[in-house]
Design a protein around this ligand. Structure first.
Ligand SMILES: *[C@@H]1O[C@H](CO)[C@@H](O)[C@H](O)[C@H]1NC(C)=O
Ligand SMILES: *[C@@H]1O[C@H](CO)[C@@H](O)[C@H](O)[C@H]1NC(C)=O
Ligand SMILES: *[C@@H]1O[C@H](CO)[C@@H](O)[C@H](O)[C@H]1NC(C)=O
Length: 288
């Protein structure tokens, strides 16, 4: 009987709690989804119709967005520095022309745009992402004077967000389809972790959150609506007390092998302390 009453109390209480907290909950949910939807839209995929999957791969680069990487390449007496910005521009201000990867000739500071972020392609496999910036400056004599193109191979490395940006090769001694190939390691290229939350742990977290909401909501309700004080502020305190007693009785009934002797049950407090204290002290003296 009391259980039914308690359940009824619980349900009306939680209903009220829902009404009180629904707006807050909505705000939290909106905030969470806002944070989750990090879109990389500075890189423009130059295509009639951008496929959702290509955009999804691009969005995986979000943690690297606007990060810059540099590598220096020496070829005999010539040396070049390559600067790569992930879906961002290398040069800033008015000089910027959507360049995502530029080559800087060390001797004379001559800057050549290798690829632009407004003409991006992206391809992925199980543990790599290939980011391609096209529409770079045109070759002077090589490669039928086509625009330069940068390809950055990002391989999975669970341990680091980004490291080891280097140039692999410059392929320009061919008729066309020339490219600059770079590589780097990043955790963004890794397949979704196997150790991600299982259904069980998600349920557990949801359960824990609900309990938290129940306690906090109930507490506030008891305090400010009912006007309870002290322990009474705990939601449905009588129900939980009764439940606790029931569970204790149940445990007692199920787990105890011998009936509780009345002697121990009514033993005085003083006896207890006298009987146990010396034993506790002895424990420290025991050899290892
Ligand atoms: C612009 O680029 C220069 C280097 O080229 C850098 O020192 C400066 O901080 C940049 N300014 C902004 C606003 O990013
Ligand atoms: C990319 O930007 C550059 C410079 O801002 C521009 O000249 C070029 O036409 C753009 N390319 C595309 C494909 O939009
Ligand atoms: C490429 O990335 C997408 C988006 O993250 C993913 O759904 C797909 O499984 C990946 N492809 C491979 C072969 O892993």
């Amino acid at each position: 009987m009391s259980l039914i009453r308690a359940c009824f109390l619980l349900s009306t209480d939680s209903l009220l709690c829902c009404r009180m907290y629904a707006p807050l909950f909505c705000v939290c949910l909106a905030a969470v989804s806002f944070v989750a939807a990090d879109v990389v839209d500075d890189c423009k995929i130059n295509s009639e119709r951008v496929s959702a999957s290509e955009q999804a791969v691009l969005n995986r680069l979000a943690p690297l967005k606007h990060k810059r990487f540099e590598t220096t390449f020496k070829n005999g007496t010539e040396s070049y520095t390559y600067t790569f910005a992930v879906c961002g521009t290398v040069l800033n201000g008015t000089k910027s022309t959507n360049e995502g990867l530029v080559q800087n000739k060390t001797q004379n500071g001559e800057i050549t745009v290798i690829g632009r972020i407004n003409d991006t392609r992206v391809i992925n496999g199980t543990d790599w992402i290939l980011l391609i910036y096209k529409s770079g400056e045109k070759y002077d004599k090589h490669c039928v004077k086509e625009p330069r193109k940068a390809m950055v191979m990002i391989s999975c490395n669970k341990k680091s967000l980004a490291e080891g940006f280097t140039i692999v090769s410059e392929e320009r001694d061919r008729m066309d389809e020339c490219f600059y190939l770079f590589e780097m390691d990043s955790s963004v290229a890794c397949p979704p972790d196997e150790s991600h939350l299982s259904v069980g742990s998600i349920l557990l977290i949801v359960f824990a959150v609900l309990i938290g909401l129940y306690i906090i909501g109930g507490f506030l309700y008891q305090r400010f609506v009912v006007g309870a004080k002290g322990m009474e502020q705990f939601p449905n305190i009588t129900f939980w007390k009764e439940l606790g007693n029931l569970v204790a009785d149940g445990c007692d009934f199920v787990c105890r092998s011998q009936p509780r002797s009345s002697e121990t049950a009514y033993r005085g407090v003083g006896d207890d302390q006298l009987g146990e204290e010396p034993e506790e002290r002895d424990d420290h003296l025991l050899p290892m």
